[in-house]
Design a protein. Structure first.
Lengths: 290, 450
């Protein structure tokens, strides 16, 4: 018995070392630094500042701007992303001709690293040589620079993110669909239920756990989005696309304000843990598992 | 799922860096077999050199060739040149490298980064190297004095950098477009009113009212160009910041004039695009005939010279109350490493800023040759005679003021840039945006006021 316990801990050690070194230790360190003023001015001698950083952050308009941007971004990408994933999954679920091809085509954007995908879009959207510009040229439309437009930049980022993520959500939904029991469908069909009714009354409720999982992933992804912003807009124009994570990056690595960046990190972590908690203690109980 | 991906990413990063390490090693031994045979192989000093490219053109190739030529002539030193993005990305990389203890030995960074680099204790002052150099004084006095002003900022009487790729903003103008519009192709607009009048004549539209050629393009939110406009609106004085780098006079009439000038060109005259221009594409837009005049760094001169299919001219930026520009660009900084490396770095800096090398870099890029004696180099004299456009940036130096250099310059620059952005893209009233920016700047500089 004792040997077994020791054995399991030994097995855990490699993963644990990584976790401690790259997750727990940095996070605890960030919490501590968040109470200090640590920037270019203080140099190697951080000054204890109590909750001062938190007060500064909460009075900083750019923080609220990035916070609201994150909410807008989540509202724009989570429901649509989940919906598109489900739609694609249902469309390619049944084995028809070329199913695999369709699945591959829908899934392939997810295989690309975000940085590469964002660079592809940077070319597509280039106001001088981009594909979008050329298509608009056929209709004799003025050159258009969506990423340089305060109103169009955020929707552009959302569309790019959806293009990238919907395929992944499709895959998760496909896995969910494969596991649904066939008998129920046969019974429903014998009872004369329409396909529409079957979808709403059987498929969707039975996919509840998948939907929950996909939604949480989509939400967390949306809060963690930074790569596409870094490549495509740098948070501009006029801070229209700055996200919390990008704000943290700027504070830490461009402005060298480690204290403030740590404070922001702790705030973001608290938001993320709240979502996780809601997931485990509220939504999880409401979802129907077989 | 996420965790696994991180691990995978980690492994692949590790693998690529190992591969990169191998290939670098291979290249180094391959190109320098003679060094291997030498008896002093053990004392060979390896230097890492970060440099940004902030202007158009294939300058990485040029830089690699310089470094190779240095390595070939200095068997005891091996410099590895690392292209590190634009100025912003370079300083970001350098800061991260300093924090992790793996900093470069020498880097070209913006002249205005001097206080930030002092604040993070990354660089060493150079006066002792100048003193120990057998003709150090002559060397330093050979630089155009205005180019050393940022390098001397900060606490104490030190010299923190050596001018390397320095530039002034120029007005580039398309002479053929001038002729077409009935303007004298040998006379550039001399002041703001003339620029506006010329630009009106040069703006062309097609039948549907779409602009096919803009009169001008100016990157409105480039603080370097914008600072020139601010200084042009002043009278005699060209001071925007103070010598300690702890104060910026931003919410002033000069700033208001500058921003209103740009607003008038964009929204009233409609001779420059209303949307904020993207700095990186301006030279390409000019070469493609999309703009008849542009405000752009002299560093783009070589790109435009090599790519423009029409005759073009360069001129001073049009004057407001006075001619004024900030001399911009990058300086060479020496990082705090160890004695042997710093000595080798000094040798590299001396070589990179020799009169011949400065003249060559000016020919290859368009940056100002930083040393007076460069202009005695015969090949450079020939070049200037053949291509007089290249002499304008140096002539403009007489009107140059110091480039705004402050502590915490990332925050300060961002505040200035945001104020221009918000006026142009969100329609914020000028007074309000300048007041906001001033309070942000004051807050950013407060900790540094002694």
């Amino acid at each position: 018995m004792k040997n077994k316990i020791i054995g399991s801990y030994l097995m855990l050690i490699p993963a644990l070392i990584f976790f401690i070194a790259f997750s727990y230790y940095p996070f605890i360190h960030a919490i501590i630094i968040s109470f200090y003023e640590s920037n270019i001015a203080t140099g190697d001698h951080p000054v204890f500042n109590g909750l001062g950083n938190y007060a500064t952050v909460l009075h900083e308009p750019l923080f609220w701007k990035s916070f609201i941007n994150n909410i807008v971004f989540a509202a724009g990408t989570v429901p649509t992303g989940v919906g598109l994933g489900l739609l694609f999954a249902v469309m390619v679920h049944n084995r028809v001709r070329f199913t695999t091809l369709y699945r591959t085509m829908l899934f392939y954007p997810h295989i690309l690293p975000m940085i590469a995908a964002a660079n592809i879009w940077l070319f597509l959207l280039n106001p001088d040589i981009g594909l979008i510009r050329q298509v608009m040229g056929w209709f004799h439309k003025q050159s258009w620079d969506p990423l340089g437009d305060v109103h169009a930049a955020m929707p552009s980022l959302m569309i790019i993110t959806l293009w990238k993520e919907a395929g992944f959500f499709m895959l998760l939904y496909l896995a969910g669909l494969q596991q649904l029991p066939r008998e129920i469908y046969e019974a429903a069909r014998l009872d004369g239920a329409s396909p529409w009714r079957i979808f709403w009354r059987i498929t969707l409720p039975l996919l509840g756990p998948t939907t929950l999982f996909v939604s949480v992933i989509a939400l967390v992804n949306s809060l963690q989005s930074v790569d596409q912003i870094y490549i495509l807009t740098n948070g501009g124009p006029n801070n229209a696309t700055i996200s919390l994570l990008y704000y943290i990056y700027k504070a830490a690595f461009q402005n060298w304000d480690i204290g403030m960046a740590s404070t922001l990190t702790v705030i973001l972590a608290v938001i993320l843990s709240c979502i996780m908690m809601l997931n485990y203690f509220v939504f999880d109980k409401k979802v129907h598992y077989n | 799922m996420k965790k696994n991906m991180f691990k995978m990413a980690g492994i692949s990063v590790l693998a690529t860096s190992m591969l990169a390490g191998c290939s670098n090693g291979g290249a180094a031994t391959g190109t320098q077999p003679e060094a291997q045979k030498g008896t002093e192989t053990a004392q060979k000093v390896n230097l890492k050199f970060y440099y940004p490219v902030a202007v158009a053109g294939p300058l990485t190739k040029v830089m690699d060739a310089y470094v190779k030529s240095f390595n070939d002539s200095h068997p005891n030193i091996n410099v590895e040149a690392v292209y590190s993005g634009d100025y912003n990305q370079t300083i970001t990389k350098v800061q991260a490298a300093v924090k992790s203890g793996d900093m470069p030995d020498v880097a070209v960074l913006s002249a205005t980064d001097v206080l930030r680099l002092q604040d993070i204790k990354a660089i060493v002052p150079l006066e002792s190297y100048v003193k120990n150099d057998k003709d150090g004084d002559a060397y330093i006095n050979d630089f155009f004095p205005g180019l050393l002003s940022e390098a001397k900022m900060g606490q104490g009487d030190h010299l923190w950098a050596i001018p390397y790729q320095r530039s002034t903003p120029l007005l580039y103008f398309n002479k053929e477009a001038f002729k077409e519009a009935g303007l004298d192709p040998n006379k550039a607009p001399a002041n703001w009113e003339e620029f506006s009048a010329y630009a009106k004549k040069l703006t062309k539209k097609d039948a549907s009212g779409q602009v096919t050629q803009w009169g001008g393009m100016i990157v409105e939110n480039d603080t370097w160009i914008f600072q020139a406009l601010m200084m042009q609106g002043m009278n005699g004085d060209k001071q925007v910041g103070n010598q300690d780098g702890t104060q910026v006079k931003y919410n002033t009439d000069a700033t208001k004039n500058a921003i209103n000038y740009l607003l008038k060109l964009a929204k009233e005259d409609k001779v420059i695009p209303e949307k904020l221009a993207n700095g990186g594409t301006l030279p390409a837009d000019f070469v493609a005939g999309k703009a008849a005049m542009i405000y752009n760094s002299s560093g783009s001169l070589a790109f435009i010279r090599d790519n423009a299919k029409f005759d073009f001219g360069t001129a001073f930026l049009p004057a407001g109350q006075q001619y004024a520009v900030a001399s911009g660009g990058g300086n060479l900084y020496m990082f705090k490493t160890n004695d042997a490396k710093q000595k080798a770095t000094w040798e590299f800096i001396r070589w990179m800023t020799s009169p011949e090398q400065a003249a060559k870099w000016s020919t290859d890029s368009g940056y100002v040759a930083t040393r007076k004696s460069s202009y005695n180099v015969p090949t450079f004299q020939e070049y200037l005679a053949k291509f007089p456009q290249a002499a304008v940036p140096k002539d403009q130096l007489q009107y140059a003021g110091a480039w705004l250099t402050t502590h915490n310059n990332a925050d300060v620059g961002k505040a200035m840039q945001d104020s221009i952005d918000s006026v142009f893209t969100a329609g914020t009233p000028v007074d309000q945006s300048l007041a906001d920016a001033q309070s942000k700047i004051d807050a950013a500089l407060k900790p540094f006021k002694k």
